[in-house]
Structures are given as C-alpha cells and as structure tokens.
Ligand binder design. Structure first.
Ligand SMILES: Cc1cc2nc3c(=O)[nH]c(=O)nc-3n(C[C@H](O)[C@H](O)[C@H](O)COP(=O)(O)OP(=O)(O)OC[C@H]3O[C@@H](n4cnc5c(N)ncnc54)[C@H](O)[C@@H]3O)c2cc1C
Length: 519
C-alpha cells in the first residue's frame, strides 16, 4: 500500500494530526493505522480535561507557564512551554469547531476545573469523560473525510528505514530516513507494508511496562521502541509519572483512575486510621503536584503496610459530585464502594510518560520524514514532571505543528522510494504463548518492584541485570518465531524497560517524578 502520509495511532494526537494534514492537502492520501479498534487509546480514558487559559480575569498565560515550569522542576524547555500554552487556546477552539462539547456554567462560560499544581481554575472538561468526548468528536470528523483511511487491528512492527531500503547499517542520529512501516494484521497474520512520504508516530504511552497502570492494555510503548530500533534519539524515559489516586482493587492490571479533579473539588486523603497526612509533605496539601502526592502515599503505605489510603468525600455535596463525576461514582457503586460513607480506596499507578522520542519544535524526530506527537514524543514541555491536563493540550498543539511540517516535507519529495517486502521466510514456529505471557509478567514485576516511584542504586542495578538478560531471551524468541501481536508488544515492552532503566542510571539528581533514595 502507498500513502502520502502514514499516521500511527488513533488517539487525540493521531486523529488531530490526520485531520490537519487533510485540511492542508485536500488531494493527499492519508492512512491511519491503529492496533486495536479505532477508539481504543489512552485518550479515551482521560477524565480531568484540558488545561487552557480561558479566564482573562483570574488567570493568565504567564501563570499557566509558571505552573508548568514549576511542575517540570527546572527541566522544561521554556520556549516550548510558551508555544504550547499560547497556541493551545486556538487548538482548543479548533476542537469546538469540530463539535466537541465541554461543560459550561449557568451563565454560559466554560466550567473551569482546578487540578493539582495549577494556581487557577483552567481545566475544561466534559463531565469526567473528557477523553471519550474528544475521541467521539475526532472520529466523527475523520469519518466525514474522504481522503483519510483508518485501518484498525494493524500493529506496526517496524518502521521502514535506510536499513531496509539500502541495506545500510544505521547509527544513532541524523543519517537515517523513514519510508513508512511494516504492519501486522493480527486478525489474520498478514504482514503489509505501507510506504509513505511522511510518517507520524502518535502511538501513545508505556503504562503496561508496569504491573499496575491507569493505561489500557494497548499502551506498550510501541512507538518509542520502533523509533529506538530505527536509531532515533529517545530521552527523559526516567520521568514516569505515577498517578497518586487509582482505584484500589485486589487484582493487577489496568486500574480505574480517580481523577485529580476529585481532590480539586475538595476531597481529603486519609490513612486507614482516618488521619489526614498530606500537609506533612507539602503546604498545598492534597493539591500538591502529582509526584509529591504519589510519593507521600507510597511512603504512608510503606510505613503502615496497608494496601491503600482513602479519598474522603464525606464532606462533599453528593448531588454535585454525582453531577460532576458520574463515571467515577458509577464505577465505585458497581464494585460496592460507597463514596460518601467509606470513601474511595486509592493507590498510585503508572500513568504517564514525560519523555519519549525527541522532537524539535515542529515535531520532527532525528530521523528524516519521521515525526512524533502526543504522549510518545518528548517535546520539552513537561521537563521532569507533567502538570495535570497539559498532555491533551500538548497533543493538540504538536499534532497541528507536526501536520504542518509533515506536509512541507512530503511536498518536497517528488518520487516515493520503492520499499522491500517484509521478510519472514522460514519463520513458521508460533511463539509459545506461555513464554510470552511469562516474560511480559516478569518485565512488569521487575519494573514495579525495582523501578517504581522510589528507586535506589541497588534496585536499578538488579533491574538492569534482569532486564538485560530478558532482552536477550525475548529477542531470540522474536528471531525464531512467527510474529504475533503479543510477541511484538513484548519485544517493545522490554526495549522500553531497558531505556527507562538506562536513563534512570544516568540521572544523578532527583528531579520532578524521578526519585532515587541514594541521591
Ligand atoms: C486514565 C487516564 C486519564 C487521563 N486523564 C488526562 C486528563 O484529564 N488530561 C490530560 O491532559 N491527560 C490525561 N491523560 C493522559 C492523556 O490521556 C494521554 O497522554 C493522551 O491521550 C495521549 O494521546 P496520544 O494520542 O498520544 O496516545 P493514545 O491516546 O494512547 O493513542 C495511541 C494510539 O496508538 C495506537 N498504537 C500504539 N502502538 C501501535 C502500534 N504498534 N501499531 C498501531 N497502532 C498503535 C493505539 O492503538 C492508539 O490508537 C490521561 C491518561 C489516562 C490513561
């Protein structure tokens, strides 16, 4: 298959980018590939909303910039922060034009929520299902667009680069180009190549590198691993944000998120003996930034030996709560938790990757004709810690910028390069599922036990040794087995684990969400 533009991922970043490209190139062929059904993504589960300065009286661009810089703990790229905060307002209005519905107050203004680390109310939302509303809106717009084709259940295996086209040995850096991707239709095992003039990675996060995560199962860091194998620069992988308040349930896996907006609405964190503990850690109490709240809960749990702490909502207005957080209220009701009587049992869980594929201010990676936007990209906005609700904003701004640059790059190319077919000759042995499952769990256990919220030199050393050996085992399994989705994901998960550990070992000071108790 040939396309002018190949977009990998159908979350907020991929869909927005494809729509912008279509607007700029009305006759181009744009293909979106996505590995599950079209709406499955981190985006779909976003609750709190999008941070954007809409109240000119009580808020300002400068205070949003300041809050972002403070959360990022000295490692944000200030120019990028300014770009995202300023351009974010136009991108938000673009979403409204596409038909997105955000909550309003009685007098018709946007209802602006407050989340941890923000000094003003600036989070626009659609009840507590903002991401669902965003996906609905963008997918409707995509379906109405004749030059965008969306192909579901296609798993991108590898990017096509000079390594495949010219059999060139490639090195880390700027001497490589991307010509599209090899994909696996995991419903029938067929491998397809998709050649493209410009390829945009919008493949989301890495939550499933850990045992417990707020991310859906598809978040396996594929884009980062693809780019790393193609020798792109990948940075800031040590900055994994753990959300402080995921709903505690006794099983591992995807954990339901209890939005920060619940603390914004006034809920208190208490230990199981009823003691409110956050002011011991920060004078902003429950509204301190996520890293501080997550570490505080982690520390309380280590001291008490309890499995969870409690988000006390007993003093909140039940009618307003049900109105504002219907999804959270229903989820708790279904599992038998009475929000107002006993409070919500919560624990931290892996949530968001601040780093990723390094891109410049136009979304370009270090590989020619490969761009990245959304959670898989490292733009410099978040530094050492993401401010709540800044990621949807970043995705909107960088999807737009990537679309503009991808259009310029594709239009400079006169001819498309011929790309070779995928070679899987001789690979007929199915990867044993028992091994694949076992390895996936092993990686997740190592990462959760040794590379979690609080790290140490000893734990990183142990993790490094174990992941290095698993990396070899898994790559050997990959080399001899017929490709499947679980095997492809496993290969990516172990690469991402490796990158996180290596970059943790290199960081010699505690910043933002990175905390090594030996530093
Ligand atoms: C529970 C939850 C709540 C959140 N709440 C908020 C919030 O309130 N505000 C905020 O700003 N942020 C929030 N976030 C973070 C935010 O939702 C994400 O950072 C953002 O949606 C990422 O968008 P994306 O388009 O980059 O990736 P995603 O939305 O994750 O989309 C990635 C896409 O790539 C596809 N894909 C991945 N790998 C491959 C492959 N190998 N081949 C083909 N397709 C592939 C996936 O199938 C998916 O379609 C939340 C995240 C979670 C999990």
């Amino acid at each position: 298959m040939k396309a002018d533009f190949l977009v990998i991922g159908s979350g907020i970043a991929g869909l927005t980018c494809a729509l912008k490209i279509a607007g700029l190139n009305p006759t181009a062929k744009i293909v979106i590939v996505t590995k599950s059904d079209e709406s499955e993504s981190n985006t779909k589960y976003a609750q709190g909303g999008i941070a954007v300065v809409l109240d000119a009286v009580k808020d300002s661009l400068d205070s949003h910039i300041k809050d972002t810089l403070r959360a990022g703990d000295g490692l944000c790229d200030e120019a990028i922060v300014r770009v995202v905060v300023e351009e974010g307002i136009d991108r938000f209005y673009d979403m409204l034009e596409q038909g997105a519905d955000f909550d309003k107050t009685e007098n018709g203004d946007f209802a602006l929520g407050r989340e941890g680390g923000h000094t003003a109310n600036r989070v626009v939302h659609h009840k507590d299902i903002t991401g669902f509303e965003i996906e609905r809106t963008l997918l409707n717009a995509i379906h109405a667009n004749d030059n965008i084709q969306i192909l579901t259940h296609l798993f991108v295996i590898d990017l096509i680069t000079d390594h495949h086209v010219y059999k060139k040995k490639i090195k880390l850096g700027h001497n490589n180009s991307c010509y599209g991707a090899y994909t696996l239709d995991h419903r029938n095992g067929e491998v397809k190549k998709i050649a493209a003039k410009a390829t945009i990675l919008a493949s989301g996060g890495v939550g499933n590198v850990y045992k417990n995560t707020t991310n859906p199962v598809i978040a396996t860091g594929d884009g980062i691993s693809l780019a790393y194998r193609a020798k792109a620069y990948v940075q800031d992988m040590e900055f994994i944000q753990f959300h402080p308040t995921a709903l505690y349930e006794p099983k591992d896996g995807q954990r339901f998120l209890i939005s920060e907006a619940v603390r914004g609405a006034g809920a208190y964190l208490r230990d199981q003996r009823g003691i409110r503990f956050m002011f011991k850690y920060d004078d902003r109490g429950e509204l301190a930034s996520r890293d501080i709240v997550a570490r505080a809960i982690d520390s309380e749990l280590k001291i008490s030996g309890d499995d969870y702490v409690v988000l006390d909502c007993s003093h909140l207005d039940p009618i307003a709560f049900k109105e504002e957080f219907p999804n959270i209220y229903n989820k708790c009701r279904v599992i038998g938790v009475d929000v107002f009587e006993e409070g919500i049992p919560v624990v931290p869980a892996a949530h968001y990757l601040c780093g990723g594929v390094v891109v410049n201010e136009f979304g370009e990676s270090s590989i020619n004709n490969l761009l990245a936007c959304g959670e898989c990209a490292r733009t410099g906005l978040h530094g050492a810690n993401r401010l709540a609700s800044n990621s949807l904003l970043e995705a909107l701004v960088f999807a737009h910028r990537s679309a503009v640059r991808a259009s310029e790059l594709a239009n400079q190319l006169k001819e498309q390069i011929k790309v070779p077919k995928w070679n899987d000759e001789g690979l007929t042995i199915p990867g044993e599922n028992v091994l694949i499952k076992h390895f996936r769990k092993e990686v997740q256990n190592i990462m959760s036990d040794f590379v979690g919220i609080v790290r140490s030199n000893k734990r990183l050393k142990l993790a490094s040794k174990s992941i290095d050996s698993l990396y070899e085992e898994i790559n050997e399994l990959y080399r001899i087995s017929k490709l499947s989705l679980p095997l492809g994901e496993l290969r990516n998960i172990v690469s991402v684990a490796y990158l996180i550990i290596e970059q943790c070992k290199k960081r010699k000071e505690n910043r933002g969400v990175f905390h090594n108790k030996d530093l």
